[in-house]
Structure formats: structure tokens, C-alpha cells
Design a protein around this ligand. Structure first.
Ligand code: BTN
Length: 243
């Protein structure tokens, strides 16, 4: 699971996730390679959203994991590992980061980083994985988006490259013992760091707004929310956090 032996820095690209997908097609990519871009002109987020980041001010990168030995049912495990690595890295900067389900990284109620994982599967197993991360580093204005950055939170300007090195170091330390058998342990740590766990908060689903309490995340990655004493599980598109 070690990453970052090779780092390729691009001035401008559509999306670092797309760039990796193309290199995989060409058969021209080693496990752990990191692609970093100063600018993405078609950066992609979850739920088909765009990922907008001011060129040169932020960290936008992807890395490639080959032969991730994980069953399809446990794909969510990889989300947890990546999200926890980001939280642990932000803690090193003295920030109280948490994971807004499924894998947004928040500082209090503002988003500082997002993760887009794209998996290639073969016969029930996860084969290749492209992990894309966008982390706000020096951007201070977000045009109406509820976001924050390392600069806003710590008042220290950092180069995106140095932040990348911190991430690689943290990821390599914490993913060393990556194995499906450790799922229970990893999930427990994920829950410890989950935003709004066991708190009564406002959400919205297809029935409208409601007050509920996040109680758990299932192995499939679905979110378990209690509402009036009844538990219901949700997919990403089925529930909205009202922040
Ligand atoms: C999200 O929170 O919606 C996920 C955002 C993921 C953005 C990163 S930036 C690097 C990589 N390339 C992309 O096009 N997207 C991811």
C-alpha cells in the first residue's frame, strides 16, 4: 500500500483521476504513483459534481493502487483508510478534523477536503483503485460554498507540495497493515471520527426535512440514521445534511 515513490507534477490537466485512468489503459503505471496538478480544468467531485479549486492555491492529486486485495462488499473500507489518513494528517497541523459521511473532511462545519475513489473490479474483487483528493490549502474565498482551507484555519501559508508530502507520509504509516481482517478495528476508528455521530441534527430525505441521529455506518458504507426510534439506512444520494 506504500505510495509516493514516484510523483508526477502537471501544470494543467482535465482531472488527475482521468489522467491516471488513461495511464492504466496504456498499461503504463506503477502501483503508488501520485499525479499532482497545479490546475484542473475539469476537476470532478462526488455525485457528478464539479471540483473547483483555484489554480496554484490548492492540493489536487490522485494516486493509483494496484491489486487492492479487497472484496467488492468491502470497498467502503478503502474510503475509511483514505479519510482517516487525511484526518490524521490534519491533526498534525493541530486541526480538529472529522469525517462527514461518507468521506468529506470537515473542520467544524466547513469542508476542507474531498475524496473521489474510482474502482475497477474483477470477479468480485477490487483490482485497481484511483484515489483522488482535493484539499484546500491557501484559498480563502469560496463563492458561497461552505468551505475552509489550511490557511484560513491555521493562518500559515503552505506549499501544496509540502502538504502532499505530509499526506504521503501519514498514509504510508497508517495503511501499512492494510488488510480486510482489520475492518472492525478500522471501522471503529472511522466512527470515532465521524461528524455528528450520536448527535441530534437536521437532515433531509425524500420525505422532507427531519431531525435524526447518526448511529452507525454499515459494512456496505450505508449510513444508519435513527428517527423517532426507528433506524433507516441511506445511500449517498438519499440523504442530505442540513448544515
Ligand atoms: C468531493 O468531495 O466531491 C470529491 C472531490 C475530489 C476532488 C479531487 S481533486 C483531484 C482528483 N481529480 C478529480 O477530478 N477529482 C479528484
Amino acid at each position: 500500500m506504500q505510495i509516493g515513490k514516484k510523483i508526477i507534477r502537471l501544470e494543467s490537466v482535465d482531472s488527475t483521476n482521468n489522467y491516471i485512468a488513461n495511464l492504466i489503459k496504456e498499461g503504463n503505471l506503477n502501483h503508488g504513483t501520485v499525479i499532482l496538478a497545479d490546475e484542473q480544468f475539469a476537476g470532478r467531485g462526488q455525485r457528478d459534481a464539479k471540483w473547483l479549486a483555484k489554480p496554484g492555491e490548492n492540493l489536487t492529486f490522485s494516486f493509483f493502487l494496484e491489486n487492492v486485495n479487497l472484496s467488492v462488499n468491502h470497498q467502503f473500507y478503502l474510503n475509511c483508510i483514505v479519510a482517516l489518513a487525511l484526518v490524521k494528517m490534519l491533526r498534525k497541523f493541530n486541526l480538529d478534523a472529522s469525517i462527514k459521511w461518507p468521506n468529506d473532511i470537515y473542520i467544524q462545519k466547513r469542508k476542507i477536503a474531498g475524496i473521489l475513489i474510482e474502482n475497477q473490479l474483477t470477479s468480485g474483487m477490487l483490482k485497481n483503485s484511483i484515489i483522488g483528493i482535493g484539499l484546500n490549502v491557501n484559498q480563502t474565498e469560496f463563492d458561497g460554498i461552505n468551505a475552509t482551507s489550511l490557511l484560513l484555519e491555521t493562518e500559515v501559508r503552505r506549499t501544496p507540495m509540502n502538504v502532499l508530502y505530509s499526506f504521503i507520509e501519514t498514509f504510508n504509516t497508517h495503511s501499512k497493515h492494510f488488510s480486510e481482517k482489520k475492518w472492525t478495528e478500522t471501522k471503529a476508528i472511522y466512527l470515532e471520527n465521524l461528524f455528528q455521530l450520536n448527535e441530534t441534527c437536521a437532515y433531509e430525505d425524500q420525505t422532507g426535512p427531519f431531525e435524526g441521529v447518526i448511529r452507525d455506518v454499515l459494512d456496505s458504507g450505508r449510513l444508519l440514521v435513527e428517527r423517532n426510534g426507528i433506524l433507516k439506512d441511506y445511500d449517498l444520494k438519499e440523504i442530505k445534511f442540513m448544515l
